[in-house]
Every structure is written in structure tokens, then in C-alpha cells.
Design a protein around this ligand. Sequence first.
Ligand code: N01
Length: 544
Amino acid sequence: SVQELQDRPASAAALDHDAIVIGAGLSGMYQLIRLRELGLRARVFEAGSGVGGTWYWNRYPGARFDSESWSYGYSFSKELLQDWSWSEHFAPQPETLRYCNYVADKFDLRRDIQFHSRVASAHWQEGDRAWRVTLEDGSHHTCRYLITGIGVLSTPTLPRFEGIDTFGGQSFHTARWPHEKVDFAGKRVAVIGTGATGVQTIQEVAKTAGHLTVFQRTPNWCAPLHNRPITEEEQQRIKASYDEIFRHCRETFSCFVHTPDPRGTFEVSKEEREAFYEQLYASPGFGIWVGNFKDMLTDRAANREISDFVANKIRQRVKDPTVAEMLIPRNHGFGTRRVPLETRYYEVYNQPNVLLVDSKATPIQRITPTGVQTSDAHYEFDIIVYATGFDALTGAFDRIDIRGEGGLTLREKWAGGAQTLVGMLVEDFPNLFMVLGPHTALGNIPRSIEYNVEWITALLRHMQTRGLTRAEARAEGVTAWTEHVKGVGAGLLTNEVDSWMTGVNSNVEGKQTRVIARYSGSAPEYRAWCDAVAAGGYRELDLA
Ligand code: N01
């Protein structure tokens, strides 16, 4: 009958593509490589004019890795690992962007990537078993599988200040930085925000600005990065040990080279603890955050002790005691928010041309044509930098009109908090696969990306070999997974604090209260769950 004909899924040949990938960052690029290996016709839509995602957009001064360069790159190609030489232990953004371009060239990715193409909507067509994707330019593209590689921190948010558009000087959000160099020499510069981005920006801008004013609403606990160039000898050693490096990363809590110390804080003497903290403070990278005593983020007394240790470091490094006290967090303990890593950040506040303004005590009331009006004073600027962060985790999804079965929007689906199966699938949204969706393990991001991409690729291969063309998360699977996500977050001090990690962003409507926004279990635990789903023949999914 006509009805039967209409209900039959569209043949692959009738669709524009087998798969559409949104985003040409590290997720999208790797997913494209794997889709090609499956023999699928894939198209990547990318809003920017080049590859690199985060590293394409975040060109602000001082942007660089906070995790070791040699633990960050893709691990899937031995040849790539040998080809590429990182110059520093924590490489700066321009180098990472060059790396992304190098990968795109090496694997000839650009021929399947369409730049300047922001996806506006994606609507599931049950009859065709296909997604209909519409770009902002109004063009439509159909595909069987839709894979998002849209990142965790990719939707920048500006404060909702009155007059923000009236400023007569230059102003930038750090994640929308111009491709041309911005000259700070002799200029009066404001930086609003003191997260990981603000800290990197401030310590760089302070080198050349005529005068720098930092508007800090909440101080963060920062720790030294201890970056340095990679010597020729180290380079050889790194290249000879990649197998070992990545094997180690697979075993650690969040795939960094650091992992929690198996000892509890109070299992060792006061002297030993002090010595351990000193050693961590003097070591490169995230050791002090993710390589600290195992109970640092669960035991209040343990957390208090490391917080006091870092507070004293701040007091030692900042000359003016009033400024030092302003820089010490009071409303959260060390490590309960993402720890910004710094290079002479605290010393910036010893410079005569740097002013720290407490914008909790004296809030910013509006932006004027010449500067910033607080409840207390008016400050004049040539340049305002907004280091005000992102609508994290679900923000990039919320910006696309994604509709699943029966026209249900993903925004409606997630109104009470994200619900997924292993962070990669959503019930009622068949054939939608998310790389780094909400509730995937994060940590060392490329490690998580590679795992997600490989899991999705294995699922597609499973379907391919069985002639299946529809995959949807089952309600029981989603419930079980979401319970697990809640369970691993229980008792974690991190979840008692407002931050992007708990889904709070004061600049986004509806994101004022904490939710279980991210997966806080270990990466090995996460992978065990996902592997079990695959090994069990995908019983948590409806496959057809
Ligand atoms: O953003 P944030 P970020 N008025 O949300 C302030 C990753 N990253 O871009 O704390 C006044 O942390 C806000 O104040 P408060 C990393 O995962 C990685 O810095 O909300 N102030 C805060 O100080 C990181 O966690 C790397 O009170 C306002 C700041 O702006 C994540 O990105 C480097 C305000 C926002 O801090 C996000 O970091 C950099 C307002 N209306 C970042 N609104 C690398 O590893 C916001 N603020 C390379």
C-alpha cells in the first residue's frame, strides 16, 4: 500500500549522507576518520573557518594546555605520534591549533568538512529513519546518523550587563578572540572573570598593558603550572614511551598522567603531609589537584588542610596583605572547582599598574561608553576582556533546535537536567550519538574523545554487519545510567559548589541551581560501564 511505502525507511542512496558530524574539533576530526573506515559517506559541518574547535576559537593571550602536551595529543596513530613534536610540556594555543591543522592535512580531512556552516536545527524523520539537518544559511541535508562533536565548553556567555553594547573601545570574549593580534601596550585594560581563562589572560596581559584592572567576583584556588620547553633528550624519551604513557593514562582516575595518592590525608604525619603538599606545589601540572590525597575532595578536614596550605602560598607571594586576602577563596575549598594553573599569576598583583576590584562587594552595574560602572566607582578603559566562561555541557546542545521522535525537543527532554545512556545516546532521539555529551567522563579530553568515538564506531559497525539502521537508548538503560551518575557524585565536595561543573551559570536563564551536570566517577569505571553495554550486545538499546 501507499502507507507501507511511505513508512519504509529511505534507502541510504536517497539520503545526502550516511552520517553528519557537527563540529570539526578534536571530536569531529577523529569521528570523521573512523566513519571513513566504516565506508560511510560522512559530512562535517563546522561553524568556524578552520578545524580545531576549542583551539580554533580560544585565541586569547596566554591560552595553553594545563595538562601535559605529550599526554594530550591523539593516541590512535603511531605515525602521527612520531611525526609531531611538542615544543613545551604545556604547549600554547597557536601550537595546538597548528597540530589540529596538521592532523587535518595528514588525514586529508578537509574534503569532507564544510566550514562557515553552523547547524541551526536537526529534526528526526521517523518515516525515513533519517535526520534532516538545516544550516543557518537555510540549506537542508539528510543523513542516517547524526553525531555531535560540539564540545563541553564551546558556547561563550557574556554577562547580562546593561550598556554592554555601548562601549566605545575594543571588547572581546576570550572564546571569540580576533585572529589578529590585539595590542595592549600602554592601554587601560579590564579583565572580567578569574576562572582558568581569566588567570591565563591576566598573567599575559599584565606583561604589556599600561594599566590592568581585574574584576574578580569569586577568587579561585590557583596552583603553579611549572611549564618549560621539552629538551631534545626528553623529546626522544617521550616518543619512545608513548605506549606506556597512554597505557598509564587509561588506568588513572581521569586519564591525566596524575592520579590520586592512595593514602588518606590523616593516615600520614603532619610533617609528611606538609612535605607532600610542598612537593606537589613544586611539580608541573595538575598533580596538586588530581594527584593529591585520595580524600581531598570528600573529607572536609582534609580539604581544609590543603586549602590552608595553598592560602599560605598566596599570602607569601602577594605583597599587599589586603590583596592577598582578596585572592583567597572563602566560599569553596581547594579543588572543588577546576584549579586554574598559573605562571606568576599572583605576582601580577605586586605590579604597581595592576588593580584588583572585588566585584562581589562592589558589583558591576553597567558598561558605559568609556568603561565600567560599579556600585562604587567608574573605571575608564580602552579594552574590556570578558573571561566570563561558557554555557557548559548542555549549552551547545541547547543552541541547536534538535527534535527527536514526535517532535520532542532535546531542550524539553533535558529541562530537568540531562538524561543520557553513557553520555552518548538519548531516549527518543534515535541515531543521535554524542561525543562528549553530558554525563560522559571528561578529564583529559582527547582520551575521552577517543574512547567515545571508538565506542560509537563499534556500535555503528555492529549495526552495519547486521543490516540494522536504527539505534535508540532504552528507558531502563537511561535510568540505570543516570542513577549510577548520581551515585558516583554522592559525597563529593565539588557538587556542593556553584561552577560550570554543577551546571550553574549566572548569565544563563534556568541555570541558577545546581544539578548533577557531569560524570564524576573515574574514567576506568566509565569505560567498564560502556564496555559492558557493548559486550552484552547493546541490550540497553533498541536496535532495528
Ligand atoms: O570560565 P569559568 P573559564 N560578573 O566559568 C566570572 C576550561 N579551560 O573560561 O566565579 C562578574 O571558570 C566568574 O565569576 P564567578 C576549564 O575546564 C581550560 O575561565 O561565577 N563576573 C568566573 O570568575 C575551565 O574550568 C584551559 O563568581 C562574572 C569567570 O567569570 C573552563 O574552561 C584554559 C560574571 C568565569 O570562569 C571554563 O573556564 C582555560 C558576571 N556577570 C579554560 N559572569 C586549559 O586547560 C562570569 N563571571 C587550556
